[in-house]
Design a protein around this ligand. Structure first.
Ligand code: MN
Length: 223
């Protein structure tokens, strides 16, 4: 069967130190993300007709899946898609302010970069239990930028919003360094936020949602 693959981290485990420690990165990628990929493959083992689809497609088409595997696929395809994107939303050379058209859109929709950061941090701190905080673009609302949160491994694409930047607020993302201080993690995370990736995704989001996600599906590899 075709299998979903764990993508390599685009940098070393220690590359985001001191903001995110190497041990957290190693556990997060090699254990947590790897387990979502393995469980997704297990869930699809007996469903060859679903094995050619990118994980993002599975998330967007849960209603086409057999009910018996729907929750398992939602959790683990979501875990795979979200983490694959998350690694790329951080960079050792990150932390700069966004530029170009994305900077203009942030100013238009939030009033400024500092206001956006405050909204993102507040929303991330308020997520109850395990989830994610996103900067995403609404496809159906003139492309307006918005801060969204999701529970579990849900992704804004499930509501038709195109994600530009994401932070993981599951405890496993920060507990070793920040203990219970999620708000400090959210504040420290700006130092590694990859605005070049967000700007690239902003341009990608000008296509139809369907095309953008087809492109996205090619990034999360299957073999
Ligand atoms: Mn995670």
């Amino acid at each position: 069967m075709k299998k979903h693959l764990l993508p390599a981290l685009p940098y070393d485990y220690a590359a985001l130190e001191p903001h995110i420690d190497a041990r957290t990165m190693a556990l997060h990628h090699d254990k947590h993300h790897a387990s979502y990929v393995a469980k997704l493959n297990t869930a699809l083992e007996k469903l060859p007709e679903l094995q050619d689809h990118p994980a993002a497609w599975l998330l967007q088409n849960l209603d086409k899946l057999p009910v018996a595997v729907r929750t398992e696929v939602r959790n683990n395809a979501g875990g795979h898609v979200n983490h694959s994107l998350y690694w790329r939303c951080m960079s050792p050379g990150g932390g700069k302010a966004p530029g170009g058209l994305l900077a203009d859109a942030i100013k238009r929709d939030f009033g400024g970069f500092a206001q956006f950061q405050m909204r993102f941090e507040e929303a991330g701190a308020k997520v109850f239990g395990s989830g994610w905080v996103w900067l995403a673009r609404a496809q159906q609302d003139g492309g307006k930028l918005e801060v969204y949160t999701t529970s579990g491994h849900d992704n804004p694409l499930m509501q038709g919003h195109f994600p530009l930047l994401v932070n993981d607020v599951w405890e496993h993302a920060y507990y070793l360094k920040y203990a219970n201080r999620r708000a400090d993690f959210l504040k420290g995370w700006w130092a590694v936020a990859n605005w070049e990736e967000a700007a690239r995704r902003f341009e990608q989001s000008d296509q139809s949602a369907e095309q953008a996600w087809e492109d996205e599906g090619r990034v999360v590899l299957t073999a």
